[in-house]
Design a protein around this ligand. Structure first.
Ligand code: ZN
Length: 329
């Protein structure tokens, strides 16, 4: 039956029910010599095109509005960012040079995660080729994160009455401190973070569930720590939307990582998170998070693996539909 279904797919060139959110401007910011691999966005986009994605498979985001930012950030902070009056200490905490182009980058990224959330609610699954800036707090940015795109997207969906419950699965190497803090007093979001404990951020406000890993932990240790929680959290939280931060930085050759995860271990992580959400028909928006491998290609390939797992999961749903149509004849 699978062969027959695959033939039907290739014969009719059936489109995948999966949209990507991306803006060409993402990679056009000059950060000077900086560890943040801004070109990964463009490289990933090109690889997604090479996988067969067509122009109509991409949604271009609008920059987030001031009202969007104020759903999470304080008016004082938003004013300072907009007017270029962050103090040198505040810029230091951000660990990125400040410029109007950097602000524009983060506004677009925030708009992109909002679009991904909307698209996931519409179609079940969406991938933002960006996003995941989970270290931003209401009143300050830090760790390469100016605005908390994930928190803003969820607050917007909640205010608009599109969701009642949400779940964040944060698979970035670093604990999601900003997101954990923002939602610590809002019980409609359950925050889950699996990360290396003995690195940045030094202060880790508690998520609803933090799973700590340690320098040297490998694929086996990581998956053993993750598996008891997926799909359990999906079943217990019953979220209307999951945002998955699929960080590429837990990778063994990442410059910031002490973990010993292989690309294939990370892909197993992605498969578990994505496949189980699809199986339970929970809308899932995927954002990239960090990735700082010495060879930028390796970071891009890990992000691409996440996308391949998303395509695989969405194709499986469509295949089941085609198979049921065929068998009902
Ligand atoms: Zn990270």
């Amino acid at each position: 039956m699978t062969d027959l279904v695959d033939s039907v797919f290739s014969l009719f060139g059936l489109k995948l029910p999966l949209k990507f959110i991306y803006a060409n401007e993402y990679w056009m910011v000059d950060l000077g010599p900086h560890i943040f691999p801004i070109k990964k966005y463009r490289m990933l986009y090109e690889k997604v095109i090479a996988l067969g994605a067509r122009a109509e498979d991409f949604i271009k985001p609008e920059p987030a509005s001031n009202d969007d930012l104020l759903l999470v950030h304080t008016p004082g902070y938003v004013n300072k960012v907009r007017s270029g009056t962050l103090s040198s200490l505040e810029t230091q905490a951000l660990e990125m040079p400040y410029s109007p182009k950097v602000v524009r980058f983060f506004l677009l990224m925030t708009g992109g995660t909002i679009k991904a959330a909307e698209e996931a609610l519409r179609s079940g699954l969406a991938v933002h080729l960006g996003g995941g800036f989970h270290h931003a707090f209401p009143d300050h940015g830090e760790g390469f994160c100016l605005f908390n795109d994930v928190a803003i997207a969820l607050e917007k969906m909640k205010r608009e009455g599109r969701i009642k419950r949400a779940l964040i699965i944060d698979g970035d190497l670093h604990q999601g401190n900003g997101t954990a803090y923002i939602f610590s007093k809002k019980d409609y979001v359950f925050t889950f973070s699996i990360h290396q404990k003995d690195i940045y951020p030094s202060c880790k406000p508690a998520s609803n569930l933090d799973v700590d890993l340690w320098s040297g932990d490998n694929d086996e240790a990581y998956l053993k720590a993750l598996e008891p929680h997926i799909p359990r959290l999906y079943e217990e939280c019953k979220p209307d939307l999951v945002i998955y931060i699929a960080g590429a930085d837990p990778y063994q050759k990442d410059m910031l990582s002490g973990l010993d995860l292989s690309a294939s271990g990370l892909r197993k992580r992605d498969r578990l998170v994505i496949e189980q959400a699809r199986r339970l028909k929970i809308p899932l928006a995927i954002v990239l998070g960090g990735g700082y491998a010495d060879e930028i290609e390796e970071t891009v390939d890990i992000h691409l693996n996440t996308i391949k797992e998303a395509i695989r999961a969405s194709r499986r749903g469509a295949q089941q539909l085609v198979a049921s149509l065929i068998s009902s004849k």
